[in-house]
Structures are given as structure tokens and as C-alpha cells.
Design a protein around this ligand. Structure first.
Ligand code: SF4
Length: 218
């Protein structure tokens, strides 16, 4: 880990279209931090699990400027909340008037994440193998602009997600997204289940997969 909160282990930065939220399709500057505490079966960013280059906040900010100072920045990983410096990184962009979106795996407390940040929180289903690491108190930090994301691989995942949705009344206070694991669950199956059950959730395809396959950094 970097020695101070002013440094971060960076995997990569790139500009792409947002792939998995209600902001899907918007061009954004992505900051992918290195390191992850989970090992999901369907992980598509294994290259971010380890390694990374130690960089300063200023270097990341300069990269954002160099890429056109886009109005939206997405901070992702790996698991971005593992690094203490991520809070200073969020503050830096917020102070500049940049809108910040944080994508997190749902296993680490959201308590210190600034209110203004739009949080996209994965709830890992059973097929991921990481279901037991969900930090359920995080639901208390979610509001109307935030989003819970279920990426589902089979019918058992869907039934679990439907149960969670009902048990915690998720759609009453936050937004809920459901998408199929790319090339694993046929999208038509998930779409049909959602419609049959009249679930008030937003169905999505993983746009970055549809566009770029396994190359999220294009
Ligand atoms: S949390 Fe994300 S980066 Fe970590 S293993 Fe799971 S899918 Fe991969």
C-alpha cells in the first residue's frame, strides 16, 4: 500500500462509456485502483487484483485534464475503498465541481464516502462465491440517487436477488439494477423473470461487454 493517503496504487485510467448504472452510455473518465479483497467467480478485471503503479492524486488529476476534463469521473477497481487515499481523491474531484461515481463491491463500509458521490454497490449473488462478504449495514447509506447492482448468473441468483429486494424494501429508498452475467445467463431469461414477477427494477445489459467484449479499457 502507498505510504500516505496522498498516494494511490493505480491500475489504469481510461475514457469510456459508463456500462452499468442509470448513467449507462455517458462518456466518463475512469480511474481503476489496484487491489481487491474478493475473488468473484465471474470477475472480468482480474488484472486489477494485484500490482499497480504508485501515483499521486495530482498525477491522476492531470490525467483527467489531459483526457478532456470530462464532467463525470468513475472510481472503480478492484475494490477502490481498500485504499485510504480514495477519500482524498473523491474530495479532490468534488471540489472541482466534477461529478463522482463510485463502484464498490459491497463488502466495505460506505460510512466515510461523501454524500455527493453517486454510489453503485454490488450485492454479490451466490454464484459469485463471495455472497458471504456482503456488508449489509451499507444499505443504510444508500439514497435515491444511489444504486444497488445485482449481476446474475442463473435462476438461483435471481431468486436470491428477488428475496433480498423484498426483504430490505430496496426499491423504496434506492435504485435497483439487475443484469445477466455476460455470455452466461441469456438476457431474455432475466428479462422474462423480471416481467413475470413485475419487479420494479431496471434491467440492464453490461454495455461495456456488448461494445468491447473483455476489453473494458477501450
Ligand atoms: S469485487 Fe470486482 S474486482 Fe474484485 S473479484 Fe469481484 S468482480 Fe473482481
Amino acid at each position: 500500500m502507498p505510504a500516505t493517503w496522498k498516494k494511490l496504487l493505480l491500475c489504469e485510467t481510461f475514457v469510456s462509456l459508463q456500462g452499468e448504472s442509470t448513467l449507462q452510455g455517458l462518456p466518463m473518465f475512469f480511474i481503476r485502483l489496484s487491489g481487491c479483497n474478493l475473488r468473484c467467480k465471474w470477475c472480468d478485471t482480474r488484472y486489477a487484483w494485484q500490482g499497480g503503479k504508485e501515483v499521486s492524486l495530482g498525477e491522476i488529476f492531470a490525467q483527467w485534464r489531459g483526457e478532456g476534463s470530462l464532467p463525470w469521473v468513475e472510481i472503480t477497481g478492484g475494490e477502490p475503498l481498500l485504499q485510504k487515499g480514495v477519500y482524498a481523491l473523491m474530495d479532490l474531484f468534488l471540489k472541482e465541481g466534477v461529478k463522482v461515481l463510485l463502484e464498490t463491491n459491497g463488502s466495505i463500509s460506505l460510512e466515510k464516502v461523501p454524500q455527493e458521490v453517486l454510489k453503485i454497490v454490488d450485492l454479490k449473488p451466490p454464484s459469485s462465491g463471495m455472497n458471504q462478504f456482503i456488508f449489509w449495514p451499507n444499505l443504510a447509506y444508500l439514497g435515491p440517487k444511489d444504486q444497488v447492482k445485482f449481476v446474475l448468473a442463473d435462476r438461483a441468483d435471481y431468486l436470491w436477488a428477488r428475496d433480498v429486494l423484498n426483504r430490505y424494501s430496496l426499491t423504496v429508498y434506492t435504485q435497483v439494477l439487475m443484469s445477466p452475467v455476460y455470455n452466461v445467463l441469456p438476457p431474455q431469461d432475466l428479462a422474462r423473470w423480471i416481467l413475470e414477477d413485475r419487479l420494479p427494477v431496471r434491467f440492464q445489459l453490461q454495455l461495456h461487454k456488448v461494445l468491447w467484449g473483455d476489453r473494458p479499457g477501450v
